[in-house]
Design a protein around this ligand. Structure first.
Ligand code: NAP
Length: 371
């Protein structure tokens, strides 16, 4: 006999996705599987290939907006768990932790800090799973996962087998990797290996973070830096706290634009004063400009909104679902903000979340001018 008529029993049908996302928005997945082991991932992908169904791999649901119609293909909810430690052949001072892609990211950071392992403490409080971290080379407050990732084990959908990419193979750059650029959709992340430094000092590079320790008579430890990052993020509504409506978001909704120095001067003229900007490592001609500042200067204050979709009351960069918002409401607000910033500063803000199940990608009409 030819094609499979019924999905295998572990694959469910018409599963609501909204409860699996931090925005709490979106319709159902046509097919859905919770994959706890590599074999399940491979089987689910074979099923989707046979049906020619599109595939989406869901982690913590913290950086996506699902269409009101839902997703017409197979959603694989990545649930591969487990953390193992091995020696790092490069130095006894390094510990290599390999974590299943479905492990919660912040739980891993907490455990690393508790074990006195440095390298990811500034990445505290970031929602989502381990598997999502290499994709956009998650970074914050001066650290990025590319600094500690030694290998990523993936399922290669072209070769139909598991392979391991070393650090160079991941081609990391600012918020980018092979996974969200040249090989988008080719690999499913199964586990990630991080090399952490035993007894290492915490990174204290960002002013926001240093401000937390004024006149401190000792160098803060890993746990203190983690606590400081969590406090800074909580102030911005960027730590998920059940019941806080400002947390019903997809984190930062827009990328921080990277612009030419000359464009920054034009922006300063439009603003009638200096524009905050930061250097881009390895690129003296361009600077990073905080998107939140542009949004507020364009007239969109924290809490702005005309309906159930609004700007967070704590951070202008987050769009929140105040209750009952549809994906269409969020897209309308996104477009309004983009148009306002473009009119005022001539800059296109690119959305950061992934759009799932939309017939037309809502970000497709934006110029690719940011990181
Ligand atoms: P923020 O701290 O005000 O940062 C806004 C922009 O200014 C970012 O591009 C940041 O660069 C840059 N910046 C701030 N201080 C800097 C310094 N001392 N040196 C160099 N660059 C500096 O904005 P936020 O939106 O509240 O974000 C907080 C942190 O979380 C930032 O580090 C941000 O990048 C990070 N974040 C990461 C992701 C992600 O990985 N996808 C998503 C949201 C936020 P950097 O981006 O290089 O830090």
């Amino acid at each position: 006999m030819g094609a499979v008529s019924f999905p295998p029993p572990e694959i469910r049908e018409n599963v609501p996705l909204a409860p699996l996302t931090t925005m709490g928005i979106g319709g159902p997945a046509r097919f859905f599987i919770e994959a706890r082991e590599e074999r399940a991932v491979a089987g689910a992908l074979a099923f989707a290939e046979e049906r020619r169904a599109p595939v989406f791999v869901l982690g913590g649901g913290s950086n996506i907006l699902v269409a009101d119609e839902g997703f017409p293909g197979l959603v694989i909810r990545m649930a591969i768990a487990g953390v193992t430690e091995s020696a790092d052949p490069r130095s006894p001072a390094l510990a290599r932790w390999t974590a299943g892609a479905g492990e919660g990211w912040d739980g891993l950071v907490r455990r690393a800090v508790e074990c006195g392992l440095a390298g990811i403490e500034c990445l505290s409080g970031i929602p989502g799973t381990v598997g999502g971290t290499p994709i956009q080379n998650v970074g914050a407050y001066g650290q990025q996962v590319a600094g500690v990732i030694t290998a990523v084990r993936v399922w290669d959908r072209e070769a139909r087998r598991a392979v391991e990419l070393d650090h160079a193979g991941c081609r990391f750059s600012y918020r980018q990797s092979v996974f969200n650029t040249t090989a988008r959709d080719r690999y499913v992340v199964l586990s990630v290996s991080y090399s952490l430094t035993r007894g290492g000092a915490p990174a204290l590079e960002y002013a926001d973070l240093r401000k937390f320790f004024p006149g401190c008579d000792h160098a803060p430890g890993l746990a203190e830096v983690r606590a400081a990052v969590l406090a800074i993020r909580a102030r911005k509504g960027m730590v998920i706290e059940p019941g806080d409506p400002d947390c019903r978001s997809a984190g930062s909704f827009f990328k921080n634009p990277v612009v030419a120095g000359s464009d920054c001067e034009a922006m300063a003229q439009a603003a009638g004063g200096p524009v905050p900007s930061y250097p881009v490592a390895g690129d003296a001609s361009r600077v990073k400009v905080p998107a939140a500042w542009l949004i507020e200067q364009a007239g969109f204050r924290k809490g702005y909104g005309r309906g159930p979709a609004a700007i967070s009351g704590k951070h202008a960069l987050a769009l929140v679902n105040r209750g009952g918002a549809s994906a269409a409401d969020v897209i309308a607000l996104m477009r309004e903000i983009q148009a306002g910033v473009r009119d005022r500063f001539g800059v296109d803000l690119l959305p950061e979340p992934q759009f799932i199940g939309f017939r037309e990608n809502p970000s497709a009409d934006s110029a690719d001018s940011t990181d």
